[in-house]
Structures are given as C-alpha cells and as structure tokens.
Design a binder for this molecule. Structure first.
Ligand SMILES: [Zn+2]
Length: 343
C-alpha cells in the first residue's frame, strides 16, 4: 500500500513537473537543425557551386572538434512527421546533383568520419552517362557503403515553370530509373534550384512524397513547411569558415501565416507578411532581400503585435528572389529565410 502510494505520488509529481515545464519551455527557443547543401568539391572552374577542398575540410573539422550533433535527413523528416521538436541544436549535410568530385573528394571524408550525408540525384543526367557526374555503379556503391540518396527529378527541370503533365512524367521517369539502377525509390526529395509552388507541392503529395527541401537559407524547426525545408547553400563565397560557423550555431526564427502563400509569384512586388512565434524581447529584426537584383535591407512595419510586413523597396527581377531575416535574442542569432520564384 505504501509502495502503491509512493509510486502514484511520484507519477503525480512527475506529471506536475511535465505540465509546469511545458508552460515554461515554449518561451525558450527550439534551436533547430542547420542543413547544409554542397554541389562540387575542388572544382575551381565553378566557384558559384563549388567549395575548395580546404573549405570543405575546415567545415568537417569544425563540427568534429566542437562535437556538433549531426543528424540524417531521414531523422529530421521523422521528427517533423511525428510533430516533435528539435530541442538540441543539430546540423545535417546534403549534396546535390552527384558530381564526380563529391565521390572522389568528399565522400571518403564523410565515410571515414561516420558523418551521414544525403545525395540528391537527377536521374536522367546519370542515365546519359554525363561527363563529370557519378555513374550508377558509383551511386550504388555509395548506397552500399552507407550513403543516403534522395530524389531530384529526372531532368533537373524548373518545376513551377512546367505543366502538371510534364512534371508528373518527369517524376515517373526518375522513379523508373531509381528502381532499375538502385532497386528502390528514395523517400527524400529536393527541388532543382530550390524552386517550387503550391501546384508542384500538390503533385508531390499525389506521389506520396512527404517532404521536400529547397535551397533557401534558414534553420529547420517544427514550425517549418515540410514541403519547403531550408538548406544553407555552400560555395566558395559562402563557404568561408566564419559564415559556416555562424550557420551551424544559428537558431531558428519561427514564423507562421506567411504571405504570400505561393512561392511562385506573378506579382514582382508582393506584400510579404508573417507572424513571429518567438518573443523578440525588443531586439530588432533585420530583413534583407535581393530586390532589383541586388541585396538591400528592407523596411519592416509592425502591423500587429508579433506580425510584421516587409515593405520591399523595389520590385523583384524575374527568377529566384530571396529574403533573409535575422535577430539576436539572448546572445543567439535566429534566422528565417525564404525563396520565391518570380515569373
Ligand atoms: Zn540540383
């Protein structure tokens, strides 16, 4: 009886603590996951999609030396699907397009250090045995050695600029190639050029694809749209140690009810609005965007408590447009990023 009472007392005590902390913790930030995206390694001819070998090794050494938690992309999707939070600051690595330089230079380093990495592959380029890209034999070997793969369409098309029929045929073609060459269809998906739209997301859902990665900067948290997950793109300019370390240690800036609702814009000067979940504690939010083809600080108007409107100082040019917002709260930088495709 005494034992029974004690056990129940402990249970009630525990429940009380659980309820107590669930009220306290939302006020604290969810650190989130910084996902990095590479393309080429040691291919100096392509600085906008390349990192030097030295830069790459400095990234790997930094995360190992500082014992940064590294997740697999599959774990991130599982956490999101289960509506769980990312309480511990973590990072993840991905590589797009399967260039040979990934296999020759980066994969041996990831593998040796037991660091998970996902390779997003556009199948048609590999089917055509394109020079400078991995072969299916190499991709199969990469999978057998513990690498993870993801879908990246068949022909690396600009998805929002194509008809539903073309997109569906393209995805079906890539699925056939995956089955033929690797034996399964990967669950993960990344948009070519990070470009999507509500129409494209609808098609992914028809294919039972539960998630998709873009290539806009930002940190993944439980508040993110599972069909538009941010990744920090690393190249020679943005691969320097300082910027990498900043992105590793940045926290998520969580927003909701983001407007406009479609990532594909007809209007080149949209009204951008969103609500911020965190308490900014009077710290100033800064937003930068590449209006008129150049990066500029944008005017922010508080339209309601916790809801802001970005007054763009210029129109966007046709093509990819990006927005990056940061704020420093309690010595931690919080980051939110977004990408539009402007018609
Ligand atoms: Zn790509």
């Amino acid at each position: 009886m005494k034992y029974f009472f004690l056990t129940n007392f402990r249970k009630i005590h525990f429940l009380f603590l659980l309820i107590f902390f669930s009220y306290i913790f939302p006020a604290l930030s969810e650190p989130g996951v910084s996902i990095f995206m590479y393309h080429r390694f040691g291919e100096d001819k392509y600085p906008s999609t390349n990192v030097t070998e030295k830069q790459f090794l400095s990234h790997i050494n930094y995360v190992l030396d500082n014992k940064i938690k590294i997740l697999e992309l599959e774990e991130i999707i599982m956490t999101l699907n289960e509506n769980k939070k990312f309480h511990e600051k973590a990072i993840a690595f991905s590589v797009d397009d399967a260039y040979s330089s990934f296999y020759d230079i980066a994969w041996p380093v990831f593998r040796k250090n037991n660091i998970p990495v996902t390779l997003f592959v556009s199948t048609d380029i590999i089917d055509k045995k394109t020079k400078g890209y991995m072969t299916w034999t190499e991709i199969k070997k990469f999978v057998d050695e513990g690498g993870s793969v993801g879908q990246h369409t068949s022909t690396h098309l600009h998805m929002p600029l194509n008809s539903a029929l073309v997109i569906k045929d393209d995805i079906l073609d890539s699925h056939k190639s995956w089955i033929k060459n690797i034996g399964f269809i990967p669950k993960l998906f990344a948009y070519p050029y990070g470009e999507t739209s509500n129409e494209v997301i609808k098609i992914l859902k028809e294919f039972d694809i539960s998630n998709a990665f873009g290539q806009h900067s930002g940190i993944v948290s439980s508040y993110d749209n599972k069909y538009y997950l941010p990744r920090f793109s690393l190249n020679e300019k943005f691969g320097e140690k300082d910027r990498f370390e900043f992105a590793v240690n940045a926290y998520s800036l969580d927003v909701e009810n983001f407007l406009p609702t479609d990532m594909f814009l007809i209007d080149d000067k949209p009204s951008i609005e969103f609500s911020i979940i965190q308490n900014l504690k009077d710290n100033s939010l800064d937003c930068f965007s590449n209006t008129d083809g150049k990066w500029d600080k944008q005017e922010i108007i508080n339209i309601k408590k916790d809801r802001v409107q970005i007054k763009l100082n210029n129109s966007y040019l046709s093509g990819r447009a990006r927005l990056n917002c940061t704020v420093k709260i309690d010595q931690k930088w919080h980051w939110f990023g977004y990408q539009f495709l402007v018609k």
